[in-house]
Design a protein around this ligand. Structure first.
Ligand code: ATP
Length: 906
């Protein structure tokens, strides 16, 4: 392309030009650019990408950590301490705040980066013509002049001038605010029309809701209309979910309660206990700092982010964070069959025509194999060749060699038909050139067939139709037999269909019809009646090996798996049986569903496992029926019409590979590998994340409570403080940073998938948690006073007694951490003792901190601590071990008695 012409490219009224002028201006052709030309244009125009919002800088993230009521309380306490001349206290409080902010900043940065990386995994793709062939390229590789193939469910990735549109509708609400889809056409539109009326254009970012078409790219990246809508560029993803918000709210209420309580305590200390004002204030500051769970929100966020990362590593990409929580409570998974439970690696295994049946050998898409009758190889001819050729021509896919493998561009089932034709000796490109297609009716799950119109020099125009057998049989009047045509025997064909389906094969039927000479456009009326039936093909698509194990895992975890497929009932049941979805899978067809009222449907969904010959609309009804039974539903989908069901489901799951962009955007989670097993992995991770959130809360509340209670009790009972306010701050600093966070990294517990799903909306703050907060706090308090008085009785001075108390509190926190790591079972196992890397690092840091606190002379000066004798140190450790045993006994008792309560509504 010359530079003058390039300069023109951005300023043309593309919608007003006719197509020939556009091809000329953009120096392209209806069969696409060459790859070399596309590469050079990519360099010239840059990638087709909008400038990304820059990630928040580390500084900003750091500063934002301070914007939190809990932190304000701490900062105010520090200020108070400075004003009272208590610089060490102030420094320690600031140390807590700084460390907290630093950890928050680093972890949130990691979380943001990983979410960004995960987002990239679902970057869109586009179908283009390059070197005259269909190819799938990343959307950011589109260049002006590229020819793009458009179909329902696509999200356009560049602005393009349409030159082919069949029933093409686009939802352009994003750009124009118009909520109804707009019908597209190819005729030029007057130059001065506003965007909403430029029907000859397709715009980047808009969705194709129906039809098929082709367009030539006119603008990419920032030059598109979308690129000029700057408001969209500022979108930021938040790291919030309902649960986290619920906890944020709780933390705020707790802070206010602590403040009020501190006020009362201050009055008590001053008026009843007659503390000197500075001591009274600093004691209350100590209580407040001890009780405020300042690290909690950040740790919860990190826990979620780690869950998202782990899910991504297992091919489940979370698009909306709340899904991480919901996944853990999923009680029904409604899944597609093809490609999700099966491999979507299709191969034609058998062909049936009026002349007889033959089988086809081979492997995958490799176009080598034999046609056999019995075990005798035959040369395909006559009727057999007619069906195979129909499969090749009524087809949009192509096969290409990649190394040792053959891969499909387009629909895998159509790829199998191309491979079959090549086995029969056809050269796909040659045949498609000899019998060119002048029009088509694309496949749609609603009508279940596809038709193409071709021209043959010898015989004139003819139409080819392929689709679901019942559908085609209803459209045929005749069938082709060895010596001509005869009236169709529907009953016999249906029996043959059942026989193929009973082997678990997907059955496809083929038909044809001659058309009048001047016919060059195809309508439904042309194919609805009077077709001539050619024959059937049976395609194998074996179940995925890992799906079998995943289904078994679901059944053990109390999760029902339901198959919702467009395929034939008999095929679907056979696959369900092979995958052991149920002991005796019950099948309901779309037709049966239509006949059922809402109440009857509720009864049916309780027992049925397979829903066959369904349309996407049925999915929505099924989700709603299941939800009224109180179940939490995960639903898969890939087509544009699946979007409502995906949105309605508790977790909408879109297919990353075969899914349309519309489905992906409606979904909460995208499966990078389209694999059912990945959904089950995500459920396991979802349960783990929920457990870990509970563990973080169950750890933070009682430990903070224990520290605060200890000071309050001393004040109330008029004892000497067993720990000074500044020592409490120290404990808070080391444990908040090093211990809380370790729980975010906990792996799944052993029985995670052997438990029934948690009930929907089960609260995080359960009565058990409240009880535990109180009883653990009490144990902390009793142990603290116990060691304090024991030390006093042994003749230790006050400073040494306090040092021992600080160490006991820290050791108790470690013991409690080990106990809380397993909420569903005992921690007294080898795995429990060894801990995770995070736990080991955390505990090592805390122990090192305590050694410094106890033995380093400068710390002795700063915190009024004293070195401890070995014997006393051993007593501290023994207290920790005894406490662990108490914690474990209590857990054993409460989990035993609550087991019945946690069962979900079924
Ligand atoms: P699943 O729900 O298991 O993924 P599916 O999505 O493949 O199944 P549909 O795509 O709705 O189901 O297909 C339903 C039926 O339509 C198929 O069983 C087949 O008979 C027919 N069919 C599917 N794809 C095509 C096509 N490209 N051309 C013609 N007929 C097709």
């Amino acid at each position: 392309m010359t530079d003058q012409k390039l300069a023109l490219v951005e300023r043309q009224p593309w919608h007003a030009l006719d197509c020939a002028a556009i091809f000329d201006l953009l120096q392209t052709r209806p069969d696409g650019l060459t790859q070399t030309e596309a590469d050079s244009r990519l360099l010239r125009f840059g990638p087709n990408r909008l400038p990304r919002t820059r990630p928040r800088s580390a500084w900003l993230r750091f500063l934002l950590q301070f914007h939190n009521l809990l932190i304000y309380v701490l900062l105010a306490s520090a200020l108070l301490a400075v004003m009272l001349g208590e610089t060490i206290d102030a420094a320690v409080i600031l140390g807590v705040v700084m460390l907290n902010a630093l950890v928050g900043m680093i972890q949130e940065g990691r979380a943001e980066r990983s979410l960004e990386a995960i987002r990239k995994l679902v970057d869109p793709k586009a179908s283009v013509l390059r070197d005259g062939r269909r190819a799938t390229v990343p959307a950011d590789a589109l260049v002006p002049g590229d020819i793009v193939l458009i179909e329902a469910g696509d999200r356009l990735s560049a602005d393009m001038r349409l030159f082919k549109a069949r029933g093409l509708f686009a939802d352009e609400a994003l750009l124009t605010g118009e909520s109804m889809p707009v019908e597209k056409a190819v005729a030029p539109v007057p130059t001065d029309r506003p965007l909403a009326e430029r029907v000859s254009m397709g715009f980047s970012g808009t969705h194709i809701t129906a039809g098929q078409g082709m367009g030539v790219v006119t603008a990419t990246g920032p030059a598109t209309e979308l690129g000029t809508v700057s408001a969209l560029l500022g979108q930021v993803r938040t790291l919030k979910t309902p649960l986290i918000e619920q906890m944020d709210g709780f933390a705020k209420r707790l802070t206010i309660a602590i403040l009020l309580f501190s006020g009362v305590t201050l009055a008590f200390a001053l008026l009843v206990r007659n503390y000197p004002p500075v001591d009274a204030i600093m004691t209350v500051v100590g209580i407040a700092v001890a009780a405020v769970p300042e690290g909690l929100p950040a740790v919860l966020t990190v826990t979620l982010a780690i869950g998202v990362q782990r899910m991504a590593a297992r091919n489940a990409i979370i698009r909306r964070l709340p899904a991480v929580e919901t996944l853990g409570s999923v009680s029904v998974i409604c899944t597609d069959k093809t490609g999700t439970l099966t491999r979507n690696e299709m191969m034609v295994a058998g062909i049936v025509t009026a002349a007889g049946e033959c089988s086809v050998s081979g492997s995958g898409y490799d176009p080598h194999g034999l046609f056999e009758v019995g075990s005798r190889a035959i040369e395909p001819d006559g009727l057999l060749i007619a069906v195979v050729r129909a499969g090749l021509l009524c087809n949009d896919a192509s096969l290409r060699r990649a190394g040792d493998n053959w891969v499909v561009d387009g629909d895998p089932m159509e790829g199998a038909l191309v491979a079959l034709a090549m086995k029969a000796g056809f050269d796909p490109d040659q045949t498609r050139k000899e019998l060119p297609r002048s029009d088509e009716i694309p496949f749609d799950a609603a009508h279940r067939f596809m038709a193409t119109l071709h021209h043959s020099h010898a015989d004139g125009p003819f139409v080819l139709v392929k689709g679901a057998p019942e559908q085609l049989l209803a459209m045929c009047a005749l069938e082709r037999c060895g010596d001509g045509e005869r009236a169709i025997e529907r009953g016999e064909w249906l029996a043959r269909v059942e026989a193929l389906a009973a082997r678990g094969q997907r059955v496809l039927a083929f038909a044809t019809k001659a058309m009048p000479t001047d016919h060059d456009a195809l309508s439904f009326a042309d194919v609805e009646y009077g077709l001539v039936f050619l024959g059937l093909m049976g395609l194998i698509d074996p179940p995925r090996d890992e799906a079998l194990a995943a289904v078994a895992a679901c059944r053990e975890a109390g999760i029902r798996v339901m198959m919702i497929t467009g395929d034939h009932a008999v095929t679907a049941r056979e696959i369900a049986r092979q995958l052991r979805l149920a002991d005796d899978p019950q099948v309901v067809t779309g037709q049966d569903l239509d006949a059922l009222g809402d109440e009857a449907l509720k009864v049916t969904v309780r027992s049925a496992t397979v829903f066959a010959r369904t349309t996407p609309e049925h999915k929505l009804r099924l989700v709603e029926a299941l939800q009224t039974l109180g179940l939490t539903v995960a639903m898969t989908g890939d087509g544009v019409n699946d979007a409502p069901a995906l949105k309605r489901a508790d977790v909408g799951v879109a297919m990353g590979r075969k899914g349309t962009e519309t489905a992906k955007e409606a979904a909460q989670m995208v499966l990078a590998d389209d694999n059912f097993a990945s959904i089950v992995d995500a459920v396991r991770e979802g349960r783990t994340v929920y457990d870990n959130l509970r563990k973080v809360i169950a750890f933070t509340l009682p430990t903070n409570g224990g520290e605060a209670f200890t000071i309050i009790a001393a004040l109330a009972l008029g004892f000497a403080l067993p720990v000074t306010p500044v020592q409490i701050l120290w404990i808070n600093m080391v444990t908040a940073v090093a211990l809380d966070l370790t729980l975010a990294f906990e792996p799944s517990e052993a029985g995670t998938m052997r438990r029934p799903p948690r009930a929907r909306n089960a609260p995080l703050l359960t009565p058990i948690l409240l009880w535990r907060t109180i009883y653990v706090s009490v144990i902390f308090m009793v142990s603290a006073f116990g060691i304090f008085f024991w030390a006093d009785a042994r003749g230790h001075d006050l400073a040494t007694a306090r040092t021992l108390t600080v160490n006991v509190i820290v050791v108790l926190e470690i013991a409690y951490l080990f106990s809380i790591r397993f909420v569903h079972g005992t921690s007294l196992t080898w795995r429990g003792v060894l801990g995770t890397r995070a736990v080991i690092v955390g505990v090592a840091l805390v122990v090192a901190g305590q050694l410094v606190f106890t033995y380093a002379p400068f710390m002795n000066r700063l915190f009024e601590s004293r070195p401890v004798e070995l014997h006393d140190g051993l007593v501290v450790i023994v207290i920790g071990v005894v406490a662990l045993l108490i914690f474990e006994t209590e857990k054993w008792l409460t989990t035993r008695s609550s087991r019945g309560i946690e069962r979900p509504v079924r």
